[in-house]
Write a protein of this length. Sequence first.
Length: 423
Amino acid sequence: MAGGHSLLLENAQQVVLVCARGERFLARDALRSLAVLEGASLVVGKDGFIKAIGPADVIQRQFSGETFEEIIDCSGKCILPGLVDAHTHPVWAGERVHEFAMKLAGATYMEIHQAGGGIHFTVERTRQATEEELFRSLQQRLQCMMRAGTTLVECKSGYGLDLETELKMLRVIERARRELDIGISATYCGAHSVPKGKTATEAADDIINNHLPKLKELGRNGEIHVDNIDVFCEKGVFDLDSTRRILQRGKNIGLQINFHGDELHPMKAAELGAELGAQAISHLEEVSGEGIVAMATARCSAILLPTTAYMLRLKQPRARKMLDEGVIVALGSDFNPNAYCFSMPMVMHLACVNMRMSMPEALAAATINAAYALGKSHTHGSLEVGKQGDLIIINSSRWEHLIYQFGGHHELIEYVIAKGKLI
Ligand code: NIG
Ligand code: FE
């Protein structure tokens, strides 16, 4: 039907705006309760952006006589922002379910990694895979994420390590960004592991002298758009000095710093990230007290990954301490062959139960704060007029069901809408 607007979502029991005053993130007291409207409607324009939100009767009067491509009766349901997954490794080939069995039998993540498994195992298979194979599996994984409510996702490279395979992965991510409905923030993670036969210093030199100049060139030509640079800063992987050199050079070519730090050992990664002006640091199970304060002061967000601590039976990151100190806490699924989880509702549930976050804190962390961690909270992460029409409709009269329920989210999440389009 030819119409003036794309979507009218009518008379929802609750519309969870998350925030309503153009905030770029929520921290401290702002997290006590989120902005929620009762009995409200929402209009998305044909351009895919939110045009109006307000009490159902007001919206009805305002848009009476106008036509819509789709009208959804949301009585008894809730509308929430599309979820933002701030950390995933979704491009790879090869199956690592056997390592889950090894971990259940007591092997640690690093024991498997040092014996040539883990990332090394996936690197070998990803190098052998064709670009088309990698794209097909990425597409399937992103579809699973969307069905679980994710509308914006960070996607890392990092299972190539050599320039050729890293570029292959980034081309696959670029194709997904152009062809699929889900929003993508692309991350170059060539420093995910030290390639066999090289030292960390040699690998860092290769990245700085060869990989990053190539990325800069491809970005300038408009061939591949990369948003973020990542390094696995860890004992036995990239030490603090190599991490600093790589991240600094990445920043110099215009990438946002967003890296793995303080996961298995205290590395002072948080202090380094704050000093370099990082947008975000992930994991942080072993962050120091000083690192937490430094991150809060620098407005460097903490991307917490409850699936990793759960899967590897690590100590939980100190989410409460970070929240109390005013850190901008975000969440990610860390989807990868080690943590095989597509679902941000499950991630929020784990964050609440295992990391003692409240439900408003968890939802903010999976929406506006995750968008902040990707440098996209001016357009994503909340339901506000002018923002992108990314939202989900759940078949429950209380929004908290999205977190309370664990498992079976496909029945609960009735509609997923990305860029104003019903998926
Ligand atoms: O975030 N810690 C490093 N990277 C991933 C794991 C990748 C893998 O095991 O394949 C993570 O958990
Ligand atoms: Fe990761």
